[in-house]
Design a protein. Structure first.
Length: 217
């Protein structure tokens, strides 16, 4: 079984944990488990185990793939995220308040991330003039590999460096990234309007962006 860099979890352990019912662990353990889940493919309890994690042999953490769309004005408020971009510059999500934000959690080691990257790069260019901002969150990666990935796929928007899953943990009480890749769409009001677990597509993400842009700020 291929696993996320740094993982040493046997496949049998993953299957046993995936079968456990939801909601039986205390909130504190669930919060810590999010970090473990992003670092260890299939070894987490908490939020990722609640999404029934599996490994598909492609070196990425996978929860149940799919899209969650919130009713207008009903989505959770995105947390204030501040970090260091791969360029070394400081970056805060507050900078984009009033814009639609597409936040993509990814890693250069992730096969589905490579498959969705061209669509993300194209949509970022297409919607930039419309006040839509893309931000990446590079998980458990080296800056050199991440920068090579962005260069190869023509990704021009910034990505936060998150080697310790700290930014992912900021979302644990709202819409945690239950797998890599995960994409969040955030309306101008700061509320999350949609979450996509697994690779996204050009048409699917374009529709979610358009819906978020139509919401009142």
């Amino acid at each position: 079984m291929s696993r996320l860099p740094g993982s040493a979890c046997p496949a049998g352990s993953m299957r046993r944990r995936a079968a456990r019912p939801r909601g039986r662990r205390p909130a504190a353990i669930a919060a810590l488990a999010l970090a473990s889940g992003l670092a260890l493919a299939g070894c987490a309890a908490g939020p990722i185990a609640q999404d029934t994690p599996v490994s598909n042999g492609q070196s990425f953490v996978s929860g149940n793939s799919g899209t969650t769309v919130f009713r207008p004005g009903a989505g959770p408020v995105a947390p204030t995220v501040t970090g260091t971009a791969l360029t070394g510059a400081k970056l805060s999500l507050a900078t984009y308040h009033g814009d639609v934000v597409v936040m993509n959690f990814w890693g250069s080691w992730c096969t589905p991330c490579r498959e969705e990257a061209p669509a993300l790069a194209q949509l970022a260019r297409q919607f930039r003039a419309s006040g839509v901002r893309f931000v990446g969150v590079d998980i458990r990666d080296s800056p050199a590999n991440a920068e090579a990935f962005m260069h190869d796929f023509g990704i021009q928007y910034p990505s936060l460096n998150d080697p310790g899953d700290e930014i992912a943990l900021d979302f644990r009480s709202t819409v945690p990234p239950a797998g890599i890749p995960t994409t969040l769409v955030i309306a101008r009001s700061g509320r999350v309007t949609a979450r996509v677990i697994g690779g996204t597509t050009y048409d699917g993400l374009k529709q979610l962006i358009t819906q978020a842009a139509a919401e009142p700020s």
